[in-house]
Design a protein around this ligand. Structure first.
Ligand code: SF4
Ligand code: SF4
Length: 133
């Protein structure tokens, strides 16, 4: 079981290997690759620090130093995806919810506009959209 904050389900869709530090990027790359290889992987969605946060320099004594703003991102993602508290989904199901409820509806802008990583994620999103299927 992997534990994720709800907004990280969106962030993982356009992750390109960059992050707050080398350790952060290494950890998030491992999680991203594991999920990409295992769509049936069970993911437990809940609030608070998750497995991506564990290598983040903003995590201090188990709590994100930007918790207020990150918790708001979680709330927006949680509402848009229609997740219940502590819900467990496969990664494929979570990805589908992100696609249908955050990306196709444009609600992702509520989370991404003004984010540090917005430029990178927008470019990645556009490259995925333009990729011939
Ligand atoms: S722009 Fe920020 S909030 Fe949006 S997907 Fe990228 S990292 Fe996540
Ligand atoms: S900024 Fe906060 S929520 Fe985001 S990865 Fe770091 S510790 Fe986690």
């Amino acid at each position: 079981m992997i534990h994720l904050r709800p907004h990280h389900a969106l962030c993982l869709q356009t992750y390109v290997g960059k992050g707050y530090s080398d350790a952060f990027a290494k950890n998030m790359t491992q999680i991203s690759e594991k999920l990409a290889q295992r769509p049936a992987q069970l993911v437990h969605f809940n609030l608070g620090a998750d497995e991506i946060c564990q290598a983040c320099p903003h995590l201090q004594n188990g709590v994100c130093s930007k918790e207020a703003s990150c918790a708001e991102l979680d709330r927006l993602a949680w509402d848009a995806m229609g997740l219940g508290c502590g819900e467990v989904l496969t990664w494929a199901e979570a990805t589908q919810l992100v696609e249908q409820n955050l990306l196709q509806t444009g609600k992702f802008h509520q989370l991404c506009d003004g984010c540090t990583w917005e430029e990178l994620c927008t470019a990645r999103r556009q490259s995925l959209t333009n990729t011939p299927k």
